[in-house]
Write a protein that binds this ligand. Structure first.
Ligand SMILES: Cc1cc2nc3c(=O)[nH]c(=O)nc-3n(C[C@H](O)[C@H](O)[C@H](O)COP(=O)(O)OP(=O)(O)OC[C@H]3O[C@@H](n4cnc5c(N)ncnc54)[C@H](O)[C@@H]3O)c2cc1C
Length: 499
């Protein structure tokens, strides 16, 4: 274990993409081998020292930022194993949690396999992705990080270790899970609150018959340290094509998305090969497009929205599929001149950079203004999207704040960013966010579908799960982390642990 104390060196660990200031720690413990972790954690437990696990600190919610105590960094644990082929459709890869998502994806790709979760920020660590249940652009077809985690090696704050394979430990009818560690059995009880059955990254996982692996995923560094993961890979597509389509009328964009979603669903249900099946469907509103127009003059003037779509191709049928897309496009009030197409993996990379540029520009503004980020991460049930977009519009207009919205429209999951220019305006923006969160909950949605709650979004999660939910979560956390040192103030306010 390398212990770093020099403030000028450790200050790199005091910033993520949330824009939250004031992070501090007594020291950073950089793990050199996995064996360092159990003794370190039991020592920290004995001395009651808070421990915040830092991944690559690309998070948006300050969950990787410490406010006192120790920072535990697994950056040197970044090994990626050779790929193990299971059959023609499946392979697995073992990774240490400090490995970068991009390195895992590239290793899989070079061998003809794919690690499908595709968060736009590729410099994140896989430990961070698992701890937030990250997703990204291709979730519409491939789902979220959770869907590709087959096993986890975790260490608890008492120094005990568990290797948990998917399918081994499940919650019983009362929500209790008993499992093995190297120091004997542990028994935990899941919280009993109700989570929406949609894409979700808010609160501890507690669905019926929950698999223990799923309980650790999305736990934001609060119940265990994730050391290793075994990930599922699937065959990589042969080719990919897609487009960014610009719309003069926003409603035309929504109609286009609905058409593609309906066809994609039928393609999936019928296992059809020569039919449209979108891999991603991404939305950009007018302000999001205007924000990057200087970098991308290809964005036409006078447009209200843009949709980026991608289709993965596995056989020699790209031409047939392209024709089908063009037909839908032509029937959707879209000027073919106003489409930016990509027909290869290399060209597609330009789309990724395009999409990434928007949150990057927002983060630059947040840094410049020195005010924390106010960005929604909500998802709503099917059929409720237009209602929430209209609600957001009314809230933005009432408050008169600069806003832009983009995100994963295929999954009814949007990032409405409200950019505050001063501390005073920040409070106003938070109120707008709170109002939106209230409406999202009223519609049966979630306040976080991929970034997690961290230290910034307690009040929004409270709208979903109530104070009772916080109390249950605190009790649940204690059953893993008796000393209460891990990830304090992440997901719910730390005062609940001290009750
Ligand atoms: C430009 C930009 C685009 C982004 N796009 C996306 C996107 O498309 N989809 C998406 O989901 N997110 C996105 N994000 C957010 C961010 O990249 C993710 O939340 C990511 O999963 C964070 O990983 P990290 O390694 O940076 O973790 P950190 O930010 O360092 O930490 C995040 C959380 O994980 C915990 N943690 C980290 N490692 C471990 C471990 N080994 N054991 C236990 N807990 C651990 C931390 O304690 C913390 O609670 C984006 C961010 C940026 C800046």
């Amino acid at each position: 274990m390398i212990i770093k104390k020099d403030k000028s060196i450790i200050q790199n660990y005091f910033e993520d993409n949330s824009g939250v200031g004031g992070s501090n720690a007594d020291f950073v413990a950089v793990v050199e081998t996995e064996d360092d972790i159990p003794s370190f954690l039991s020592e920290m437990s004995k001395t009651n020292t808070p421990v915040t696990v830092a991944g690559a600190l690309t998070g948006n919610t300050a969950s990787g930022l410490a406010f006192g105590g120790a920072i535990l960094s697994l950056e040197k644990l970044n090994k990626i194993s050779e790929i193990e082929r299971v059959d023609d459709s499946n392979a697995v890869i073992a990774v240490q949690s400090g490995a970068k998502t991009n390195d895992i994806k590239l290793k899989a790709y070079s061998a003809g396999w794919m690690y499908p979760p595709d968060p736009t920020e590729k410099n994140a660590s896989i430990g961070g992705n698992i701890s937030t249940n990250a997703s990204g652009g291709r979730g519409f077809k491939f789902g979220v990080t959770r869907d590709y985690v087959k096993a986890l090696k975790v260490v608890f704050s008492d120094g005990s270790i568990s290797f948990v394979e998917r399918g081994k430990y499940f919650a019983d009818g009362n929500g209790a899970i008993t499992f093995d560690t190297n120091k004997g059995k542990k028994c935990i009880m899941l919280p009993s609150y109700h989570l929406p059955v949609i894409k979700n990254a808010a609160g501890y996982y507690n669905y019926t018959k929950a698999d223990l692996v799923d309980v650790f995923i999305g736990s934001e560094g609060t119940i265990c340290v994730i050391v290793e993961a075994v990930l599922k890979l699937i065959p990589h597509f042969k080719e990919v094509f897609g487009g960014i389509v610009f719309f003069e009328k926003r409603n035309d964009a929504y109609e286009f998305v609905n058409k593609i979603k309906t066809i994609s669903k039928k393609t999936k249900e019928g296992c059809l090969k020569n039919s449209i099946s979108a891999m991603s469907l991404e939305y950009f509103d007018k302000n999001a497009l205007l924000l990057i127009r200087n970098d991308y003059p290809i964005i036409p003037e006078n447009i209200e929205a843009g949709i980026m779509f991608e289709q993965d191709v596995y056989e020699d049928n790209q031409e047939v599929l392209t024709e089908k897309w063009v037909k839908v496009i032509e029937s959707s009030n879209i000027d073919l001149e106003k489409i930016w197409f990509a027909f290869t993996v290399e060209e597609q990379e330009k789309f990724r950079i395009f999409r990434h540029r928007i949150p990057e520009r927002v983060n630059e503004m947040v840094k410049k203004n020195k005010v924390p980020k106010v960005g929604t991460d909500f998802a709503v049930p099917e059929g409720k999207l237009l209602e929430i977009i209209d609600f957001c519009d009314r809230e933005f207009a009432k408050a008169g704040v600069f806003n832009l919205t983009f995100g994963h429209i295929g999954e009814n999951h949007l990032h409405a960013n409200i950019v505050a220019t001063s501390k005073g305006e920040y409070e106003k923006c938070r109120q707008v966010y709170a109002n939106i969160a209230g409406k999202v909950v009223e519609l049966g949605g979630t306040v976080s579908a991929e970034h997690g709650i961290g230290k910034l979004k307690h009040i929004f999660l409270e709208k979903m799960l109530g104070e009772e939910g916080f109390k249950e979560m605190a009790k649940f956390k204690k059953s893993f982390d008796e000393s209460g040192i891990l990830g304090q103030d992440n997901i719910f306010p730390k005062k609940y642990v001290l009750l």
